[in-house]
Design a protein. Structure first.
Length: 313
């Protein structure tokens, strides 16, 4: 029988749940900062088991974000490739200037030795799988270009990998240590094959993702500029506006929506920082490219569910 570690806020008083959850996330995942969107209440559950060198965690929680800064990444003892595979809800991963999102039936991979951010904008039920990076790097896969990618899960080897990760998690309580180690090795092999397939695809989808990465990198560098626009990006990247829009076809966001969401995320981050307490909300909004305070306030309330001043409090 493979033992599991269980953490649940059910046993805590309501006022203690959010701080204890942040502490659990920090400890279990080796240094992660948590933000609960400013919500007053929180409910969360973690259950983790080992399959050899592979760590599998089922996480069920109210909406929240996690952030790993470069300093946190440098202070980590061990490096992992980390997979998030939702059963319910959405996971939005950002790393190395790339972004990817997944719902049930998909999975995303990222690297814990670098900084990253993950948004879970609704109540979520995720399977999180951690694979030792050194072991995966030995398998002939160039990892850096594959991080923060939606690997798949709908068909092919990525679906086999997803189903194996899910089934392993469910059956671990009934496995011997030797069987669990074998299951962990199988997961690493299937993830390796999925990444090899992803890295070898020279399709229009891959080209679209490459353009989308260039667009997102340009936006990240110029997010402070109030003149940042689709026309500005098309001129800077020497491509048509049609190509820009096509790069975001099929995403939940339009290109304009993506720019707005990035600006709101940066403003929210500044509003949470104690070091920014002396700056006015209007000053923060203007510093991230918003043209006026009224537009910022309306957009912030629409996306975050509360006013900037309430969120800051």
């Amino acid at each position: 029988m493979i033992p599991s570690t269980v953490m649940t806020t059910d046993v805590l008083a309501p006022r203690d749940r959010a701080p204890q959850w942040r502490e659990w996330i920090w400890q279990h995942f080796g240094g992660l900062d948590s933000d609960l969107y400013g919500d007053p209440g929180f409910d969360g559950h973690l259950s983790a088991s080992l399959a050899g060198e592979v760590i599998l965690t089922k996480l069920e929680a109210d909406r929240h974000r996690v952030l790993r800064t470069p300093t946190m990444a440098r202070g980590s003892d061990a490096g992992y490739l980390k997979i998030v595979a939702p059963w319910r809800g959405t996971a939005e991963v950002e790393q190395q200037g790339r972004q990817a999102s997944a719902r049930s039936g998909g999975w995303i991979i990222y690297d814990t030795t670098g900084s990253y951010a993950i948004d879970n904008p609704e109540r979520t039920e995720h399977l999180i799988v951690m694979l030792p990076k050194e072991r995966m790097a030995e398998r002939g896969v160039r990892l850096d270009t594959l991080m923060a990618r939606h690997v798949g899960g709908a068909s092919g080897i990525s679906r086999v990998a997803l189903e194996t990760m899910r089934t392993t998690w469910q059956e671990l309580p009934h496995m011997s240590d030797a069987a669990a180690r074998g299951a962990g090795e199988l997961i690493m092999q299937l993830v390796q094959l999925s990444l090899l397939e992803l890295s070898g695809q020279e399709t229009a989808m891959t080209q679209r993702e490459a353009l989308r990465d260039r667009i997102r990198a340009h936006i990240a560098r110029h997010l402070h500029d109030p003149k940042l626009s689709i026309d500005h990006i098309a001129l800077a990247l020497n491509c048509s506006k049609r190509h820009l829009h096509n790069a975001f076809a099929g995403d939940d966001d339009t290109l304009a929506g993506y720019i707005l969401r990035q600006r709101l995320a940066q403003c929210a981050r500044d509003l949470r920082q104690p070091t920014m307490a002396g700056r006015s909300i209007t000053d923060i909004a203007l510093s991230w490219g918003f043209g006026n305070a009224a537009h910022f306030s309306r957009a912030f309330r629409e996306h975050m569910g509360q006013s900037p001043s309430d969120y800051r409090r």
